[in-house]
Write a protein that binds this ligand. Structure first.
Ligand SMILES: NC(=O)C1=CN([C@@H]2O[C@H](COP(=O)(O)OP(=O)(O)OC[C@H]3O[C@@H](n4cnc5c(N)ncnc54)[C@H](O)[C@@H]3O)[C@@H](O)[C@H]2O)C=CC1
Ligand SMILES: O=C(CO)COP(=O)(O)O
Length: 333
């Protein structure tokens, strides 16, 4: 059975793995790659050696670096570029969008300066109604999904029919999507967990143990929920796949780019040294700034995010940051 046609804009590791999920669920998929050589490699070798080496991609996937060709006629338009470049990329793609297409965000970040969530950026740049935008977020480390290891995710959309359409388009024996109408909660869960994963990476490199990491995860979830509720999210979302699920996966996994980036910082490297050592997007490094600003704007306390921002961008030593967290005034849980 053939599903709707889809385009995935962005040939990074999650964009490519997600295209495989769509294809395995019976959807014909085009991938847009920024670099022609990445598109050619996908078409010629059925792999994406730069971002997802060693995983064979289904024949239903084709790739191009021509955005107009890629988007033409697609009913599902999946956005999988780094959060901070979305606005610029999307502005170029608007003319090619089909009138009733569903725009799906895979991105886990908050825009610098505007402090907008990715779905807000999408609505602002394209002018589409909010209910045409869906967010897919959950414990979905790209390499594990590409290896077909069982995992679940959340499809959040205010339009239940669209959420169900996307759910059907990505349901496979190894990928199990749940629908949810809490777009704000799903996006905040995804963005803030990257910052907490940086903290867990820092703690790992400091040789701190599982109690410390469980404390960061749990109190990280508390500050995520506080911000979410202030912005109108359903607190229950944070107990689900897009909240706790993704937080636990990212904070525990050596596959996480954010946690790995945190390890570089925890070993005493500067931001520049850590950046030089990593090729892929660690969204939390920039989003810790916008999340901190969002928290301040809404008068929400986010102590872990504050300390991660200081370590990343103000050169604070991880030991001083950890001591500052422990020295906060005592309070009820
Ligand atoms: N990799 C993962 O396991 C997961 C990633 N995500 C999220 O998905 C989003 C995309 O991440 P990945 O695919 O992992 O990224 P990646 O780091 O593997 O690749 C990023 C992609 O964006 C492209 N890119 C970089 N700068 C660009 C620009 N200025 N304009 C257009 N394209 C540009 C790169 O060429 C590459 O194709 C991020 O927000 C990430 O947080 C979400 C779930 C899982
Ligand atoms: O979002 C992710 C897993 O759900 C991937 O996390 P990283 O971007 O830290 O690799």
């Amino acid at each position: 059975m053939s599903g709707p046609t889809a385009v995935v804009l962005g040939a990074g590791s999650w964009g490519t793995a997600f295209a495989k999920v769509l294809a395995d669920a019976g959807t014909d998929v085009r991938i847009w790659a920024r670099r022609e050589q990445v598109a050619a490699a996908i078409n010629d070798t059925r792999t994406n050696p730069d971002y997802l080496p060693g995983r064979r991609l289904p024949d239903r996937i084709t790739a191009t670096s021509d955005a107009a060709k890629a988007i033409d006629g697609a009913e599902i338009v999946v956005l999988a570029v780094p959060s901070q470049t979305l606005r610029r990329n999307l502005a170029e793609w608007v003319p090619y969008l089909a009138p009733d297409s569903t725009l799906v965000s895979l991105m886990k970040g908050i825009e610098l300066g505007t402090l907008k969530r990715m779905s807000e950026v999408i609505v602002e740049v394209t002018g589409v109604a909010t209910d045409r935008v869906a967010v897919v977020s959950g414990p979905n480390l790209a390499a594990e999904i590409a290896d077909e290891q069982p995992a679940a995710t959340v499809v959040a959309c205010t339009d239940t029919d669209r959420a169900t359409l996307i759910q059907a388009a990505i349901s496979t024996p190894y990928f199990r999507p749940y629908t949810n109408d809490d777009v704000i909660g799903a996006e905040l869960g995804g963005a803030v967990k990257n910052v907490i994963a940086l903290a867990c990476g820092i703690a790992t490199a400091m040789n701190l143990g599982d109690n410390t990491k469980a404390t960061l995860i749990t109190r990280g979830l508390a500050e995520t929920s506080r911000l979410g509720v202030a912005l109108g999210a359903d607190p229950l979302t944070f107990a689900g796949l897009a909240g706790m699920g993704d937080l636990v996966a990212t904070c525990s996994s050596p596959l996480s780019r954010n946690r790995t980036f945190g390890e570089h910082l925890g070993r005493g490297e500067t931001l520049e040294e850590a950046q030089a050592a990593t090729k892929q997007t660690a969204e939390g490094v920039k989003s810790c700034l916008s999340i901190r600003d969002l928290a301040r704007r809404h008068d929400v306390e986010m102590p872990i995010t504050e300390q991660v921002e200081r370590v990343c961008h103000e050169g604070l030593s991880p030991r001083v940051a950890m001591a500052a967290l422990m020295a906060r005034s005592t309070k009820p849980e």
